[in-house]
Design a protein around this ligand. Structure first.
Ligand code: UT7
Length: 325
């Protein structure tokens, strides 16, 4: 089995920024509530003419430049998203065409906020077994397109963005362990009820606003803390490492209180946790993807560092991986 690592990263955040003060004018909320309950101050929103693929293409181009590769060098493109351009074809096909990645296999993964970790792990298998050389993995979301802007319980949480990574064979280090899990018994805790085959679009579903994300947030909070804690423990054990060996944690950015509760349980100090939730909100699969990219670009991850990615989301699904940079 070949060693597989990340050789380039990129991100794209849409230009428009929606602040908590803007939200105060839209729903019955306050900057104080949003900040203290979630850690979010602002989030980026895609323009009307931007689709998930547009964000992904920009993030992908940036990652290709970082890796000093061209689209034609890619053998595989995996897009993690719950807000694809359309139900079919896969958003990965649209990205493949735009990047000129003619020989790349392309498909999407629906694993919500754990999507980027799921996609990294799948891409790793292709390269480790020698069936692909270079893979592009992107978490891209336009959550604003499935957010109910009249529901204060959810609309203050989400944002839009894309983060990308190029995976290839490396001589040392790379992804040293990963762990994915799921529990479909509580699939309805966070979902978009209508618009699929179970409840196709109708006037009634539109009137009932069933095409937007619904969430039992309070219930999910506790489950999230346990899922992220357990995933980190399993993956660290698989890697033969302890919490103190980790140089930087890139957690899913759903709520700063969830992240800090997990960090406390695992014994991580705050300086070991990378956060971009304050300026980006929760971008589902794009959260870990952009946070990883930003941490690299800011010099917070250096050669030889041990990085822990840890995410959970709708499904429920969770995933974690340990990367030696
Ligand atoms: O990405 C993966 C999935 N997402 C998550 O894992 C999210 C997990 N859940 C959370 O992050 C938190 O549960 C939330 C941020 C969603 C909510 O925070 P909370 O501390 O759990 O609040 P709550 O739902 O218990 O609500 C507390 C109060 C309620 O009022 P009452 O019943 O106490 O009078 C809500 O109606 O806060 C009220 N509330 C708000 N008030 C002002 C709910 N949303 C808002 C709001 N502004 N935006």
């Amino acid at each position: 089995m070949k060693k597989v690592g990340i050789i380039g990263v990129g991100e794209y955040l849409p230009k428009k920024v929606l602040t908590n003060a803007d939200l105060e004018k839209m729903v019955d909320t306050s900057d104080e509530w949003i900040t203290t309950r979630t850690g979010i101050k602002e989030r980026h929103l895609a323009a009307k003419d931007e689709a998930a693929s547009d964000l992904a293409i920009k993030a992908g181009q940036s990652a290709l430049e970082d890796a000093k590769l061209k689209g034609e060098d890619l053998d595989l493109i995996i897009i993690a998203t719950i807000s694809p351009d359309m139900q079919t074809p896969a958003t990965a096909c649209i990205v493949q065409n735009a990047l000129g990645a003619k020989k790349a296999i392309c498909f999407d993964i629906s694993a919500a906020c754990a999507g980027f970790v799921y996609a990294l792990t799948v891409a790793q298998q292709f390269i480790a077994r020698g069936s692909c050389k270079n893979a592009l993995v992107i978490g891209t979301e336009i959550l604003s397109s499935i957010t109910d802007w009249k529901d204060r319980n959810t609309c203050v949480l989400f944002g839009d963005g894309a983060g990308a990574a190029i995976l290839s064979e490396v001589k040392s280090g790379g992804i040293i362990a990963s762990y994915l899990g799921g529990n479909g018994s509580i699939y309805d805790i966070l979902m978009v009820p209508a618009g699929g085959s179970k409840m196709p679009v109708s006037q009634e579903t539109l009137d009932k606003r069933l095409h937007f994300l619904t969430m039992r947030g309070n219930e999910l909070f506790k489950i999230a803390v346990k899922a992220m804690h357990d995933a980190a423990c399993v993956v660290l054990e698989r890697a033969g490492l302890k919490a103190e060996d980790v140089d930087l944690v890139i957690p899913h950015q759903a709520n700063v209180r969830i992240i800090m509760a997990v960090a406390k349980k695992l014994g991580f100090t705050e300086d070991k946790i990378y956060l971009n939730i304050e300026k980006c909100g929760n971008m589902s699969s794009a959260s870990t993807a952009t946070a990883l990219c930003e941490a690299v670009k800011e010099g917070k991850i250096k050669k030889g560092d041990i990085v822990l990615l840890d995410a959970f989301g709708a499904g429920l699904v969770w995933g974690a991986c340990v990367i030696k940079w």
